[in-house]
Design a protein around this ligand. Structure first.
Ligand SMILES: C[S@@+](CC[C@H](N)C(=O)[O-])C[C@H]1O[C@@H](n2cnc3c(N)ncnc32)[C@H](O)[C@@H]1O
Length: 348
């Protein structure tokens, strides 16, 4: 893909600079003012006192509008892709090797997914033929500590590798392949299948796998709640940042479906966000969910994901914090971060 131009780069770098100020300076200030004002420290007390707090109002304004500008502003990702539409669409329709990508005719993504512009991405990841390119560019500046490389996914894969050495991997909600590709590279003797509801993302994922000459990867369009694959056909069912995009009913179906798909002894390992029960952390995370159009983040934190895994039949279920970048979990890190967790369970 051609560069989108100096104006685009300067505008996006400016937004990321503002986001870094928001994360590293404003967030610790909101936290400190909140704790000075609230002896009680209940969720309701924090919410009530924050409503009129100017630092919190500024924090919330920036959180909402920097993200809006990133996608939809004058030099936002969506308008800046528009002039390249014909050539990008042509690229996506390139002939790919047979079986690399399977799309469904007349596939209907779930209504909970199409009803909202998730992450403030206009139309979400399914809404436009260029949505995969837009999402890929957006993912490079998801949060100030993140970067365009695969740091987060490599760290996740290192943990997965310490748990199991799967030969048959299913990556649910694979997007444009950023979470799938590291599995194909780390387990070259195995087979990796990425599934998603979004055709534009899957097309970009398949194109990238083809360009990177990854022979052990395939992509398939389907809903992770209900896949067309045979029972006991995988050693690992995984997802990265998928669960918080689904309502609890759909997550329960996905967990039961993962159990069906796993062979005996296989693992389900999901990377996502769950707050702890600290009221300030909840206030910030649930506020983020509202400001970033992510309505299912709060229900995910409240549904008891570990119990859902156990009820589905998984054993040795663990929900553990995940350090997404070096020192992210250090007490010296005062910056804003997502409450990353990994949930793991084994099919007996
Ligand atoms: C935040 S993205 C994460 C993508 C990828 N796992 C990564 O780490 O870059 C979530 C993805 O889940 C997909 N998705 C949402 N609901 C889904 C569902 N019910 N079944 C399959 N995919 C879904 C979206 O289209 C999107 O590509």
């Amino acid at each position: 893909m051609k560069p989108l131009g100096r104006r685009f780069d300067a505008y996006q770098a400016f937004l990321l600079g503002c986001k870094t100020y928001w994360s590293n300076t404003l967030y610790p200030q909101v936290k400190s003012e909140c704790y000075t004002k609230n002896d009680e420290k209940s969720f309701d007390a924090i919410e009530n006192s924050s409503r009129d707090n100017v630092t919190y109002q500024y924090y919330s304004y920036l959180e909402r509008h920097l993200q809006r500008m990133k996608y939809s502003g004058r030099y936002g990702i969506v308008p800046m892709h528009e002039p390249f539409r014909p050539e990008l669409e042509q690229k996506l329709d390139e002939n790919l090797p047979k079986n690399l990508l399977t799309l469904q005719n007349n596939f209907e993504p779930p209504s909970y997914f199409t009803a909202i512009d998730i992450h403030q991405h206009p139309g979400g990841t399914c809404g436009d033929t260029l949505a995969g390119f837009v999402y890929e560019r957006g993912s490079r500046s998801m949060w100030p500590g993140g970067s365009k490389d695969r740091g987060l996914h490599s760290r996740f894969n290192a943990i997965v590798k310490s748990i199991c050495e799967p030969q048959r991997v299913l990556d649910l909600g694979c997007g444009f392949g950023k979470s799938t590709q590291p599995f194909a590279e780390d387990f070259p003797g195995g087979k990796v299948l990425g599934v998603d509801v979004s055709a534009p993302c899957l097309k970009l994922a398949a194109l990238t796998a083809y360009k990177n000459q990854l022979q052990n990867i395939q992509y398939h369009q389907c809903n992770a709640e209900n896949t067309p694959f045979s029972s006991a056909s995988f050693d690992l069912v995984t997802s990265t940042m998928l669960l918080h995009e689904m309502p609890p009913k759909a997550i329960r179906k996905l967990i039961r479906e993962s159990f069906r798909l796993l062979d005996n002894g296989g693992y389900a390992i999901h990377l996502d966000y769950l707050t702890d029960d600290d009221p300030f952390n909840q206030f910030i995370h649930f506020g983020h969910a509202q400001r970033n159009n992510e309505p299912f983040m709060k229900p995910l934190s409240e549904m008891g994901l570990g119990n859902v895994m156990q009820d589905a039949g998984f054993k040795d279920v663990k929900v553990e914090p995940f350090e997404e970048a070096p020192n992210a979990l250090s007490p010296n890190n005062r910056a804003w971060r997502f409450p990353w967790i990994i949930v793991t369970g084994q099919r007996p």
